[in-house]
Design a binder for this molecule. Structure first.
Ligand code: ADP
Ligand code: MG
Length: 805
């Protein structure tokens, strides 16, 4: 059976090859070109990478050599020197080389040469396919190809999402070199009848490990199924896959492994200086802000875990105006915007770009000075790619700063094990200025910004929650309240997904650390408390111990200094030197501990308050004076309860929250009594005023007998007709009420007034002003009658009604 299958496959391959021959159009070849091609191809087997000094030493076409020279590519980089020869020989390649080491040309040159030697034309269709995990990287590869291959006659196409599908469709059959992202390519394969890659010669996966990882698994499998198996395959990445499964998926059985930097001391670029700091979650925003404020003349790339964090930080920092251009790049942005931002960041030199890991792979932004990783990278590979956005190309320099939470520091071990030289540094806290008040102010004014902050908060926690490595990423260990506060959110948003998860009673995978377990249980309690109350209250007893616990878990705030703009002359603040501490060195480590002990403690508000209390200085007391200049005693300020008096006398220093609460409760009883007395007094006063008024009115009546004509006769003494007919009209009344709500903005109080205060209202209505639907029908009848009567007649009618009643 197996044999049969194999035979079938061979047959299929043969028939495909025949098909290929049938389809391949015969071209008129100039004898000269033929001879040149033959000469070049004859040289391929003789290529010795060690003997290659310049690109000219490779057997390359004149068109490629000129394209390289015109773009100042003279000397090949190490990966180019080693990989191009094998690729020209038609071998499958697994290329692994550091970030920024020139892998793009290592596959673009063989593509051009392969198709050139095969005399590929537009009519031959897709000859080479380059797959990139992101649109920006595809675009970058396409641009490099256009530059280097400008003298060749091939047509190149960029097929990425977010573009006009119809436009792409029409041109698909004419493209020879296709640069694409996996999703869009599969879409064309599925939907576009013009798409045909049955003659494909070379398949390249740039950032191959990313293309082959779980995120693209299904898409890539479907693409590979559609490709002819007899083709050359080149895989390139700084963190190359060696997984046999991956290679088998691509039908690579014996690829040539090219890894020029395998024996190098480090896996990251030589001139990349890497450091990390450990800080609390609520310090991150302040540190980032201060960093940017101190690097206004530099090009900085900041990585964050999620799109929503990038969006919020960008929106917020734009409003805070740091004095440098800000940009944000993330996946949910519209394609046009993404392109614009990408180009802008390439072009500018003093700029900060906030980005997700979308920008971590392959992008060759020129002259990036700093890469900041605000959130811990998912794994070592992600770290390498993020940090590799700086110090690119030949002799490229740059610096990387990784910000870690105390429990995330474990990742440093992994980094060092993987040959990444990274030093712990400290920043002087006095140099960190967190614009906390401003942020809170901005959020209180701007609900949209507040919502963005809330989304950022939840999305970060979600991203941590979804990470595989629970040793490093554990949402239960995060001080979420402090994080929310640092984003400007006074009330932390509810973390529904976490509550649901906790309710489902799935065991939480964490380290067996006893301390952590107790923190977990506390956090669990708090989560349940949050479920009960909409807002998590600050004085909730469940909250306080957790925060304290978290504080205990963390070491004293690390002191760290900023590196400053080398060319910045703005301010002394920027001239602070960086302390590089090699944590591997025990002596240095000890020194660090001692110096940190010597350094001054930061002066906190609590410390100032304590000092004042010790000195027994009364702070913030307010005295009111009467017009005669005598001090008025404010009884609110006087404590009544014995407990409070005792508390004041005893309390010489420190704050005992529990006792203070008890005192407040006692004082509250007296406050309530005071309040009741005040209300009683007010009511008395009102009654007195009403009495006086009635008296005055009665006196006035006695004086004038009746009111003036203009006011009309006073019929207020008449019984309320609603009360007379009221019971029968109850149905009408309710319908009237609903009408009132519907037709006018009159409140319930107002409509009630219409029914129960007959005097002037009734008069106005009776004078023939159209009555709205508010008045009951029978009441209307009565009013119609009264309108046609004289005063005497009306009086007589009223008397009659009274007697009837
Ligand atoms: P990688 O893909 O390995 O991360 P790139 O291909 O993006 O690296 O190249 C990094 C930078 O090095 C680019 O700016 C590119 O123009 C430059 N570069 C590549 N090859 C050479 C070369 N032979 N000589 C000079 N610069 C080069
Ligand atoms: Mg690359």
């Amino acid at each position: 059976m197996k044999q049969n299958n194999q035979d079938e496959k061979v047959q299929q391959k043969k028939s495909k090859k025949d098909k290929f021959k049938l389809y391949k159009p015969r071209k008129k070849k100039s004898g000269e070109e033929d001879a040149a091609i033959q000469y070049l191809q004859a040289q391929y087997d003789k290529i010795n990478p060690d003997a290659i000094k310049t690109f000219k030493d490779f057997p390359l076409s004149q068109k490629t050599l000129k394209g390289l020279k015109d773009n100042n590519y003279v000397t090949p980089t190490e990966i180019q020197r080693q990989a191009i020869g094998y690729a020209l020989q038609g071998k499958d390649i697994l290329g692994a080389a550091k970030t920024g080491s020139g892998k793009t040309l290592a596959f673009l040159i063989p593509i051009l040469e392969n198709l050139f030697c095969k005399k590929w034309t537009r009519l031959d269709g897709v000859g080479a396919l380059v797959i990139s995990p992101t649109r920006e990287l595809a675009y970058q590869i396409y641009e490099t190809l256009r530059k280097v291959g400008c003298l060749h006659d091939f047509s190149a196409g960029l097929i990425i999402g977010g573009q006009n599908l119809k436009f792409e469709r029409k041109r698909m059959d004419q493209i020879n070199i296709l640069i694409c992202t996996p999703g869009r390519l599969l879409q064309h394969m599925d939907e576009n009848p013009l798409f045909d890659c049955s003659h494909l010669q070379i398949l390249v996966l740039d950032e191959a490990d990313r293309c082959l990882d779980m995120g693209f698994e299904a898409t890539m499998n479907a693409i590979i199924e559609n490709l002819p198996p007899e083709r050359q395959t080149l895989l390139f990445s700084a963190t190359q896959t060696k997984s046999v499964k991956d290679l088998a998926r691509l039908s690579l059985s014996f690829p040539t492994y090219v890894a020029p930097h395998e024996q190098a001391e480090t896996v990251t670029p030589e001139f990349l200086q890497q450091s990390y700091i450990v800080c609390e979650i609520d310090e991150k925003i302040g540190i980032l802000w201060s960093f940017i404020r101190n690097h206004l003349k530099q090009k900085v790339l900041v990585f964050m875990a999620t799109c929503k964090q990038v969006k919020y930080t960008y929106d917020l920092f734009c409003k805070l105006r740091p004095g440098i251009s800000l940009l944000a790049l993330y996946g949910t942005l519209h394609q046009e915007k993404r392109e614009k931002i990408y180009n802008e960041f390439c072009r500018k030199s003093n700029v900060v770009l906030f980005a997700t890991d979308l920008a971590s792979r392959g992008l060759d932004f020129p002259r990036v000075n700093w890469v900041i990783q605000l959130d811990c990278p998912e794994d070592v590979e992600t770290y390498i790619h993020r940090a590799g956005r700086t110090a690119r190309g030949v002799f490229g320099k740059g610096e990387g700063l990784l910000m870690l939470l105390p429990h995330e520091e474990k990742i440093v071990e992994d980094l060092r094990k993987n040959k990444i030289p990274i030093n712990k540094i400290a920043v002087d806290p006095s140099k960190v200025v967190a614009p906390q008040r401003k942020i809170e102010g901005l959020l209180s004014d701007n609900t949209e910004l507040k919502q963005t902050a809330q989304r950022a908060f939840v999305s970060y926690l979600k991203s941590v929650f979804l990470m595989k490595n629970k040793e490093i990423f554990n949402v239960q260990l995060l001080d979420t309240d402090a994080y929310a506060r640092s984003l400007g959110l006074i009330v932390p948003p509810r973390i529904r997904f976490l509550h649901k998860y906790q309710k489902s009673n799935i065991p939480i995978k964490t380290s067996e650390d006893v301390d952590n377990v107790s923190v977990l249980s506390k956090l669990k309690e708090r989560a349940e408390e949050d479920n009960r109350t909409d807002q998590s209250s600050g004085d909730d007893e469940n909250v306080i111990p957790v925060e304290n616990k978290n504080k205990k878990l963390t070491k004293e705030l690390p002191k760290f200094d900023f590196h400053n703009d080398a060319d910045s002359e703005e301010d002394d603040f920027l001239q602070v030197k960086k302390t590089i501490v090699d944590v591997n060195d025990p002596i240095v480590e000890e020194e660090e501990k001692q110096t940190s002990k010597k350094k001054k403690k930061p002066l906190t508000k609590a410390a100032v308050a304590k000092k004042l209390l010790k000195k027994k200085i009364k702070v913030n007391t307010k005295l009111k004076f009467s017009e005669d200049g005598e001090a008025i005693e404010d009884e609110k300020r006087d404590v009544k309860s014995e407990l409070a008096k005792q508390f004041i006398n005893e309390n010489v220093g420190g704050i005992d929250i529990e006792k203070a609460k008890e005192v407040l409760r006692e004082e509250d009883k007296f406050d309530k009594i005071r309040f009741r007395e005040k209300v009683k007094a007010k009511h008395k006063e009102q009654k007195r005023k009403l009495k006086n008024k009635k008296k005055e009115e009665a006196e006035e009546k006695d004086e004038f007998g009746s009111q003036s004509d203009s006011d009309g006769p006073d019929l207020s003494w008449l019984p309320d007709p609603d009360k007379v007919y009221g019971k029968k009209d109850s149905g009408d009344e309710s319908s009237d009420r609903s009408d009132t709500e519907h037709n006018s903005s009159a409140s319930d109080d107002e409509s009630e007034e219409k029914y129960h205060r007959p005097s002037k209202h009734k008069l106005v209505q009776s004078k023939g002003i159209p009555q709205d639907s508010v008045a009951p029908r029978k009441k209307k009848k009565l009013e119609d009658i009264s309108a046609s009567l004289s005063i005497q007649e009306a009086e007589a009618l009223a008397m009659q009604l009274l007697t009837q009643h």
